[in-house]
Design a protein around this ligand. Structure first.
Ligand code: C2E
Ligand code: MG
Ligand code: MG
Ligand code: MG
Length: 311
């Protein structure tokens, strides 16, 4: 390995020397293994309301690389997209999120929380995306706890069983859209009819949609109106200079107003300071995400920070 070798020895794997193409290829091979192993680690970042209460979280993936340490998505998501590995990676992330939501659904302190995952446009466009997600949700039955109880209950008193079943049905199913798919406007740059049908099928599976980095792409208002998008996220690029840049402030106000008109939730990203939060609040933004509250962290740290049970 070039890293451990002395300075004057064979340096084929030295990133300085190695061609970009080879480097990419190596990362691709490693990433394929990483997806199959436990090297992809879900990090969580909170989303809080105006009173500072946690209302949900975003799952942001990290790669715990055996030699190169913890890698941020920017270092491998583009390669995953170019190689097609993003599809497998995306489903893995969805499975992680479903597992977490199942834990949260079982505890009344966390039942109301939503969890968002990022889905690349490349992945969202897969012809069998809806089918695959239906498969994942069927494997990890978000709604089958009631069925399970039904079977157990047959041994017990019938009336009691029915009552309990009704309770379970009322309590257990994930609220619609507690699992949110964050897509960017680039995922919408296709035939509106097809995208709309796809999104509605996914909505019928109980999934919600959040439009990430909103304002940085090209989605038309007609699209927003016709698609079942429940939430938009104001891009951190607009939030950063909110206090000093009138254009950013104007855009932010416009996004908040638009979301209200179209009956969508709004989340501001990249909220780093009290000043950001206070101004956003004043502009009518109800939910915030950013370093002011927490940095993305492994689950245990995230849970500790917000006083949540640790699975
Ligand atoms: P994103 O979905 O827009 O996520 C927000 C990014 O902003 C995250 O970077 C987050 O750590 C960072 N961030 C949060 N609060 C602040 C803040 O107050 N200030 C600043 N400057 N940054 C903040 P991260 O985790 O490096 O992720 C980067 C991007 O990688 C994400 O942008 C998303 O597009 C992509 N990504 C992350 N996880 C996944 C995944 O599981 N699948 C896919 N396809 N993409 C992912
Ligand atoms: Mg996101
Ligand atoms: Mg974003
Ligand atoms: Mg982004």
């Amino acid at each position: 390995q070039a890293k451990s070798a002395g300075k004057n020895t064979f340096a084929f794997f030295d990133p300085q020397v190695q061609s970009g193409l080879l480097q990419r290829h190596r990362i691709e091979v490693e990433l394929r293994e990483a997806i199959q192993s436990e090297q992809l680690v879900p990090f969580y970042q909170g989303q809080v309301d105006a009173e500072g209460r946690l209302v949900g979280a975003e799952l942001l993936i990290r790669w715990q690389h055996p030699e190169r340490g913890l890698l941020a998505p920017g270092e491998f998501i583009p390669i995953a997209e170019a190689s097609g590995l993003i599809v497998e990676l995306g489903y893995k992330v969805v499975r992680m999120a479903v597992q977490q939501l199942l834990h949260w659904a079982a505890d009344e302190r966390t039942r109301q929380l939503s969890l968002s995952v990022n889905i690349s446009a490349k992945h969202f466009e897969q012809p069998d995306f809806v089918e695959q997600l239906a498969g994942i949700l069927a494997d990890q039955p978000l709604r089958s706890s009631a069925l399970q109880l039904d079977i157990n209950a047959k041994e017990v008193d019938q009336f009691f069983a029915m009552e309990k079943l009704a309770d379970t049905l009322a309590d257990q199913p994930l609220r619609p859209s507690s699992l949110k798919l964050e897509i960017t406007e680039s995922a919408l740059a296709r035939d509106l009819g097809e995208i709309s049908a796809r999104m509605k099928a996914l909505r019928d599976l109980g999934l919600g949609f959040s439009l990430d980095d909103f304002g940085t792409g090209y989605s038309s208002l007609a699209y927003l109106k016709r698609l079942p998008i429940g939430q938009v996220k104001i891009d951190q690029g607009f939030v950063r200079d909110l206090m000093v840049d009138e254009n950013d402030r104007g855009i932010t106000e416009t996004i908040i107003a638009l979301a209200k008109t179209l009956n969508m939730d709004v989340v501001a990203e990249g909220v780093e300071t009290e000043a950001h939060r206070d101004l956003l609040k004043q502009l009518g933004c109800p939910v915030f995400q950013g370093y002011l509250f927490d940095r993305p962290a492994p689950f245990a740290e995230f849970a500790r920070h917000y006083g949540l049970p640790i699975n």
